[in-house]
Ligand binder design. Sequence first.
Ligand code: PGA
Length: 248
Amino acid sequence: MARKLIAGNWKMNGSLSFASELVGGLLSRLEQNSTAADFAVCPPAALLGQVTGLAKGTALAVVGQDCHANISGAHTGDTSAELLKDLGCQYVLTGHSERRTDHGEGNADVQAKSSAAIKAGLIPIICIGETEGQRVSGDTLKVVEQQVRESLPVEATSTNVVLAYEPVWAIGTGKTATPDDVAEVHNFIRGLLDRHFDEATDGKLKILYGGSVKPSNAAELLGVSNVDGALVGGASLKVEDFWAIGVR
Ligand code: PGA
């Protein structure tokens, strides 16, 4: 069975001391245990150099939270995919709902950023998911389909991209989708991907679930078919909780 990917999105949280403590705690657990899951952390950009330094040569992967669509240039405050790669990141989040909301990023932006990531040798973790209003009006699958189609870049294959389904109403709210809701959307996405890629995907493209994942619901959610891992926000800020989500 393929290994699950458990990625901890720190968002705009953390400090030098927080990062060394949390990553230190994770690394000692990873050294002492063999796990059935792969772990990754997504620190804010300013902490990436420190975290990639600590994680170098270990099983812990490091993820940028965003990248620019261009290779370099006059884009004050932005980070290029090539710099993330140079720092030692393996992945980058693209299209997180907070970027879509706070920075007005649409599917075309997400597609361009994901393309830049792949060209730089990073795996984009492309985030998609419906709002509460879209779910209530019965548009979940329609929205998700459009996001998948419009956000996947032409360079995407089943192994150089990860998707993260994160219902916006479940992010940071404590509300979690039921296993049935998650199964419906993940199975739907798997069907879309099988049709999208010419190659037989064999279920290889990882589809993560995100939205208030915590130790008490992780086993149930990670047990749903076509859930290949989790994107964890709040619960990734405590090493015991984050570890417990991936090691069950
Ligand atoms: P949450 O965040 O686990 O705090 O809901 C998930 C995310 O935004 O990736």
